[in-house]
Design a protein around this ligand. Structure first.
Ligand SMILES: NC(=O)c1ccc[n+]([C@@H]2O[C@H](COP(=O)([O-])OP(=O)(O)OC[C@H]3O[C@@H](n4cnc5c(N)ncnc54)[C@H](OP(=O)(O)O)[C@@H]3O)[C@@H](O)[C@H]2O)c1
Length: 242
């Protein structure tokens, strides 16, 4: 039997990251999770539970640094960490309504670093490794939010706007390659299960089905998946950009 594939998850310990990890594990794949420290690793294990968490390998790195993800890929190439064929990136900063005129420079820079730059570094520094596996099919997935259009929460919204452009460029640049790049455009709130149940929003366990769907559908490529309502979790809707 062929060895199970592995998904590298950047931002694995957050609401969307837990959904990505669950989707990967539910699809029979293994996970390589980049975490900032042991406390974050423990948090992910708690959300995923045993024995499912046995499918997760952990590596510590600073994903906000421009060498963090690159260092992980270098270790993979050196055979010190499991090889991966899929990437899910979902690093995020503050979810706050601070109006534009009250956003401090420090707050702006931190959030552009966490919500935009970290996802950009994840893309820039993993794509060459996935391309090097051609013709083996691989995937690269990111979660963006409709905040980028509604801007009710200006801080996260501005980073989403930058990610929208990055996703269009990535969809174009990978269109003729072995990498299926896709953007999941999410228009409602998803949280880790125990928070979601408290707040009456969608659970990461439910949202995990979107990623399972993407992994299983070779026809979804260079696309924006529109997850506008919970009915879109299983019946995937997508617009192919290129
Ligand atoms: N949740 C939603 O409903 C939703 C909807 C639409 C779009 N999105 C987008 O999806 C992305 C993720 O959202 P989320 O709700 O999953 O966010 P989240 O729960 O806050 O998770 C953010 C992730 O980034 C990591 N991270 C943040 N700052 C870090 C730092 N300084 N160093 C290392 N790691 C750091 C966190 O690690 P730790 O666990 O160690 O803090 C966590 O893994 C965002 O771009 C968001 O806009 C989310």
């Amino acid at each position: 039997m062929a060895a199970a594939e592995t998904v590298l998850v950047v931002g694995a310990t957050g609401n969307i990251g837990v959904a990505a990890v669950k989707g990967a594990l539910n699809s029979g794949r293994k996970v390589l999770a980049i975490v900032r420290n042991q406390a974050s690793a423990d948090k992910l294990v708690k959300h995923v539970g045993w024995p499912a968490a046995e499918g997760i390998a952990f590596v510590e790195a600073n994903i906000l640094s421009d060498t963090g993800v690159k260092g992980v890929v270098d270790q993979v190439r050196a055979g010190k960490l499991p090889a991966f064929q899929h990437v899910y990136s979902c690093v995020g900063g503050e979810y706050t309504m601070t109006p534009l005129t009250e956003i401090t420079t420090t707050q702006l820079r931190y959030n552009m670093s966490a919500s935009f730059e970290a996802n950009f570094f994840a893309y820039r520094d993993t794509i060459p490794y996935l391309l090097s596996q051609s013709p083996t099919p691989t995937t690269w997935t990111i979660c963006t939010g409709s905040q980028g259009d509604t801007a009710l929460f200006p801080v996260p919204a501005m980073a989403q706007g930058a990610l929208f452009s990055m996703c269009t460029a990535a969809s174009r640049e990978t269109a003729e390659t072995n990498v299926r790049f896709n953007e999941v455009y999410l228009a409602f709130r998803v949280e880790v299960d125990e928070d979601a149940l408290q707040h009456g929003v969608t659970t990461a366990s439910e949202f995990a089905k979107v990623y399972q769907g993407i992994l299983g559908r070779g026809d979804i490529k260079s696309s924006r998946l529109k997850v506008l309502g919970t009915e879109d979790i299983e019946a995937l809707k997508f617009d192919k950009k290129f």
